[in-house]
Design a protein around this ligand. Structure first.
Ligand code: XMP
Length: 526
């Protein structure tokens, strides 16, 4: 295991993912975790991540008391990256100075010791372009440490103490702006630390199935709410493989789904995946309760509440049928939702393991007392897709753009029941998405959709003036949905789409495009 201690760098997850791409199992925990948590995981290598803090700050996060003794006693290798390097230097008796020479962005470094454990690979050059982002710098190394690379500015770029198995890089090897960084990490992990490449998705699947079988007794029943998204579908398919039809899934048509969504996802669930799914048509219940509601937060609350009541009814019906209440619930929680870290103050990142705040069923009845099964909780999104592929989830389904739990309710601004807003939106959205697919752009875009605006504008269609609806198109690229950039379509593409929408969707005479990124906007409009 390669264990990453997180000190809040925006790249920490990337280190974990990159190491897993080398087929090495890697986990990430808070950089201030107690020694016991580290020892329990019995790592072969510990990587201390970068972070926005200064080692001189009052509350500077650090590894726990006894960490250095522990790693030395156990022969664990330690690699510090950026802040991690500075922690090693400061804690082992060297000196880190505050912000004299600041190095940000692309920098050139010179390897000064080719025989070093960090630069032993024949594939890396003596001179390298690397990505730096630090204010503080190490100015005096602890006894026994050597500088093995310097920046062109004269700063320390890499250090090591082979005997004590401590290494450090002042730059970020995990980002693509350090082109030789991955080879450096690969060589270090395999050739210096002796880690083996034995982590793969087939084994993960088998392990998970074993765990689920051991957890769920032969009389137990499990429920799962399918949203139509990748995570819940892959989670349910995995659990189904483990316990068969003691899994009971529900898919709710809340009247806020996209064009032919219900038919499309039910076909995948039933025909491709053979999942036991009950499809509940709750259109009237949801839309009835949303009538006249314009406040976005109130809309979301109502939707969450209705989901809970339907879920509760589903559980009660099952209890009648089975003679006992289901006692487990499957959730498609992913690793980024549960990673504990040392986030910088004010970053909005949290420490705790909470049930997904964007949870698709909008929370659960408090008295249900279900035990959770979260079979994807150690995986990143791309790994879930890989697992889905092994489980025969159709490729087209695995690549679907994210879709919010409250559905089109957050894309019809204001009262969703007003006129035929939902119907218009479905048609516009379908034209937009289909055009994106036809142009071969779907997989390069994180999310694309249309929004129905609560305004009318004047147009001229045929020989008549019209007073009709305005729709907005939104498409963004993103890594994780936390930040996003608006997608820049070609002029001709936009022209064709706008023409097609106005010509084929009755009641629309104007199409606009959303050209804001996140921040300042959110991806959804409500
Ligand atoms: P925002 O709009 O906050 O969205 O920038 C970030 C990502 O989250 C999705 N989203 C949701 N997903 N339930 C969900 O399951 C929700 O209530 C919800 N609200 C936003 C959004 O589509 C984007 O991918």
């Amino acid at each position: 295991l390669v264990l990453i201690l997180d000190y809040g760098s925006q790249y920490t997850h990337l280190i974990t993912r990159r190491i897993r791409k080398l087929s090495i199992f890697s986990l990430c925990i808070s950089g201030t975790s107690p020694l016991q948590s580290i020892a329990d995981l019995n790592p072969r290598v510990v990587i201390l991540s970068g972070g926005p803090h200064s080692v001189h700050a009052d509350a500077a996060p650090s590894f726990p008391e006894g960490f250095v003794d522990y790693v030395e006693a156990k022969g664990v290798f330690v690699l510090g990256i950026c802040y991690g390097l500075q922690l090693i230097v400061q804690k082992l008796g060297g000196e880190v100075r505050i912000g004299d020479r600041q190095e940000y962005g692309r920098m050139e470094i010179e390897v000064t010791a080719r025989a070093s454990g960090l630069f032993g690979s024949k594939e890396v050059g003596d001179r390298q372009s690397v990505w730096m982002s630090h204010g503080d710098e190490a100015v005096r190394l602890p006894d026994g440490f050597a500088v093995v690379a310097k920046s062109d500015q004269g700063g320390i770029a890499a250090i090591e103490n082979r005997e004590r198995r401590f290494y450090g890089l002042q730059y970020h090897p995990e980002v693509t702006h350090s082109p030789e960084g991955m080879e450096t990490l690969r060589y270090f992990l395999f050739n210096v630390c002796g880690v083996t490449a034995d982590w793969n998705m087939e084994d993960v699947m088998e392990e998970e199935i074993k765990t689920i079988k051991a957890l769920v007794g032969p009389e137990d029943h499990v429920i799962c709410a399918l949203s139509g998204g990748v995570d819940s579908t892959v989670a349910a398919t995995l659990v189904h493989k483990a316990i068969g039809d003691r899994l009971h899934c529900i898919f709710v048509d809340n009247g806020l789904l996209r064009y032919k969504e219900r038919e499309r996802v039910m076909e995948t669930f039933e025909t491709d995946l053979h999942l036991p799914v009950t499809c509940v048509d709750a259109t009237k219940q949801f839309l009835g309760n949303l009538k006249g509601i314009v406040d976005p937060e109130t809309k979301r609350k109502i939707i969450g509440r209705e989901f809970i009541s339907i879920f509760d009814m589903f559980a009660q019906d099952l209890e009648h049928k089975l003679g006992k209440r289901p006692n487990f619930l499957v959730q498609g929680t992913l690793y980024p939702d549960i990673i504990e870290s040392c986030p910088p103050p004010g970053s909005g990142r949290t420490h705790s393991h909470t049930i997904k705040s964007h949870h698709n069923v909008g929370g659960l009845p408090k008295d249900m007392k279900l035990k959770l099964i979260e079979p994807l909780k150690l995986l990143f999104k791309d790994e879930v897709r890989e697992l889905g592929k092994i489980l025969n989830v159709p490729q087209g389904f695995l690549k679907r753009h994210p879709f919010p739990g409250p559905g089109l309710a957050v894309r019809v601004l204001g009262d969703v029941t007003e006129g035929n807003a939902l119907e218009i939106l479905r048609q516009v959205d379908e034209i937009f998405i289909q055009s994106i697919k036809d142009a071969g752009l779907y997989d390069s875009i994180w999310q694309a959709f249309a929004v129905f605006l609560p305004i009318k504008s004047v147009g001229v269609q045929g020989d008549k003036r019209t007073h009709s609806h305005v729709v907005a198109l939104r498409a963004v690229t993103s890594q994780d949905g936390m930040t996003a950039d608006w997608y820049n379509f070609e002029h001709k593409f936009l022209d064709d789409v706008a023409r097609k929408i106005c010509n084929s969707v009755r009641g629309v005479n104007r199409v606009v495009q959303d050209i804001t990124s996140k921040p300042p906007s959110t991806i959804e409009w409500e």
